[in-house]
Design a binder for this molecule. Structure first.
Ligand SMILES: [Zn+2]
Length: 73
């Protein structure tokens, strides 16, 4: 009995169950050559995993930029 439940922290992945992330028209993902019916938070066609990778990359880039400016933490 671990009693696991949804903790106070949001999950580390995007929640794309909302209908606004679905399009009936499959178009090319903005990040890769594949087709997708999914749309990201900006309304651009994107696979969920591609958008998550992009977000992770943006976070990494932001961290690197702060380090370059000597503003760690
Ligand atoms: Zn993709």
């Amino acid at each position: 009995m671990t009693g696991e439940d949804a903790g106070p922290d949001p999950p580390p992945v995007l929640d794309w169950r909302d209908a606004k992330h679905w399009s009936w028209t499959a178009k090319q993902c903005r990040y890769c050559p594949g087709l997708t019916n999914l749309r990201d938070s900006h309304g651009s066609h994107s696979h969920k995993c591609c958008a998550e990778d992009a977000l992770a990359q943006q976070a990494a880039d932001a961290t690197a930029a702060y380090r370059q400016n000597g503003q760690t933490t």
